[in-house]
Design a protein around this ligand. Sequence first.
Ligand code: FAD
Length: 399
Amino acid sequence: MDPTRRMSDSFDVLVVGGGAAGLMCALAAGRRGRRVLVLEGASKVGKKILMSGGGRCNFTNTGTQPENFLSANPHFCKSALARYTPADFIAMVDRHGIAWHEKELGQLFCDVSSKLVVRMLLDECAAAGVRIETGCSIGEVRRDGDMFSLHSSSGAFAASSLVVASGGLSIPSMGASGFGYELARQFGHQVLPTRAGLVPLTLSGTHSERMQDLSGVSLPIEASCNGQSFRNAMLVTHRGLSGPAILQISSYWHPGDALRLDLLPGLDAEAWLREQRRTRPAGELRTALADALPKRFAQRLCEAWLGNRPMRQYDDRGLDEIAAQLRHWPIVASGTEGYRTAEVTLGGVDTRGLSSTTMESRHVPGLYFIGEVVDVTGWLGGYNFQWAWASGHAAGQVA
Ligand SMILES: Cc1cc2nc3c(=O)[nH]c(=O)nc-3n(C[C@H](O)[C@H](O)[C@H](O)COP(=O)(O)OP(=O)(O)OC[C@H]3O[C@@H](n4cnc5c(N)ncnc54)[C@H](O)[C@@H]3O)c2cc1C
């Protein structure tokens, strides 16, 4: 017998990463009577759950559809999402007496605190007999015969199933690491290029100088890029642009891509400007625009981009040119704030190497990848946790 095996504590399932996906998988496998050990690198589990949704965890979205996810294979997420739905997670939340509310667009938040969601997952894990080791640094991982052996600061462990739930690269200060990608490569999996998603965009040069002092100004816009559009708020920051519309579109934007920001979404800008000219011919453009946009923002638009004359001095062509700039504000993003502030990591373990029903590796029996480490990334609004629950549940049924 292999000596490492004799020295190891034996389990049925080792789960690396005690985040949303790892805890869900652990409790699901534990409920099936499997002996499960969760190995978490940080000092406590579920740190991202705790900080999510401004401390109230936007734990799901009732409108979750495969279309709300980005992946090189848009079909991959369908099976897991269909078999563990927002209603399933809500049922667990309700069973634990956690009060919640819908904020907007199907986004469900805790009334009180994200801590309750972590507590619920820990209670479920405890009831299912799951053991959890925190502050655990993982060394070598090997496959010997049909068993995985893993050396860590908490000891040596062996199990027939190894579930990788170590998340993406976002927010390194919260324990994010490239562990899952390295392990995937070690076992022959392709890892698609990763980049920051749901992240503020940065401005540089004159664009930055023009906007910097407007930090804190927010307005509704429609952001479009590469065939995708989001209508929601944009927030000007010290470094550039943020707010839900910008975070959403950031996942579809690569440096150099055309980004279209419509500052008067849903408004026929040409007709509206003509109406302003008719009703207030002596009024200046910036005063008219201040009726539709925040005053300081309207003023800056006129100073830096549009000019400013009394409305009666514009002919139809002049107004149409202004309308075109309002519909497609000629601002140029220089980059993103990167993983430091990104909510998610796009790309990751290539789904072509995984079963979409179980998340199991097609190359290595007993090896599973779940949650954000996989090349499936949701929109802003509770979709990423729903993917973590659904993929964790899928693996937890078989691991
Ligand atoms: C600020 C912020 C707010 C967010 N808000 C929301 C929201 O409201 N709604 C929503 O749906 N999504 C939200 N997200 C996204 C969501 O948190 C993630 O998509 C989700 O947590 C992914 O779950 P996961 O289990 O795959 O990864 P994680 O939750 O990141 O868990 C991975 C775990 O693995 C551990 N780990 C990493 N490397 C190792 C290692 N080498 N050894 C051992 N352990 C390791 C980490 O410490 C971590 O605990 C937010 C993200 C951020 C950053």
